[in-house]
Ligand binder design. Structure first.
Ligand code: GDP
Ligand code: MG
Length: 162
């Protein structure tokens, strides 16, 4: 069984952009991975000869109803089956209540979590991502998923304990 890396965060932070970059595709192939539910979007990725599964999710906003509730449920399940969670936030939009809600959940579970501040292209990444320390989930990884920046360093750290 390959390690599973889940991408979670509120909508529009860049989860799918990162997913596509990690899996080198616009729309990942969904294969049969035993033990994984098939509703979420799975892709296979490789970093420095290490293969892993990436799971994209629709997003969590915190106070969901209807289709959003379904989406949030998918995210919670993805977190459950993950070995590592990449919790994406938007360095341009800054810290929003929905981010806090997700962080509250992630702090309660016993799982390796990395806070990933995306979209640091063209801004001062250090100062724009400083506020995410208040999420209480440790160090902040800075990336620009759309440009491939910071991805190697992120994967190096995220896959290390697996
Ligand atoms: P998702 O809803 O979390 O899956 O987010 P998407 O991957 O669909 O991206 C949401 C928006 O953010 C899109 O318009 C992307 O082009 C944009 N985006 C994603 N990554 C970056 C980035 O690294 N830099 C910038 N400036 N925009 C990005
Ligand atoms: Mg998406």
């Amino acid at each position: 069984m390959l390690p599973v890396v889940a991408l979670v965060g509120r909508p529009n932070v860049g989860k799918s952009t990162l997913f596509n970059r990690l899996t080198n595709t616009r729309d990942a192939l969904v294969a049969d991975y035993p033990g994984l539910t098939r509703d979420r979007k799975y892709g296979q990725a490789k970093f420095e000869k290490r293969q892993f599964i990436v799971v994209d999710t629709g997003g969590i906003t915190g106070d969901e109803e209807g289709i959003d509730a379904e989406m949030a449920q998918q995210s919670l399940l993805a977190i459950e089956e993950a070995d590592v969670v990449l919790f994406l936030v938007d360095a341009r939009a800054g810290l929003l209540p929905a981010d806090q809600g997700i962080a509250d959940h992630l702090r309660r579970i016993n799982k390796k979590v990395f806070v990933v501040a995306n979209k640091v292209d063209g801004i001062d990444g250090d100062s724009e991502s400083a506020e995410f320390y208040s999420l209480g989930l440790g160090a902040i990884k800075q990336i620009a998923a759309a440009h491939g920046r910071g991805i190697s360093q992120l994967l190096q750290d995220a896959l290390k304990p697996l």
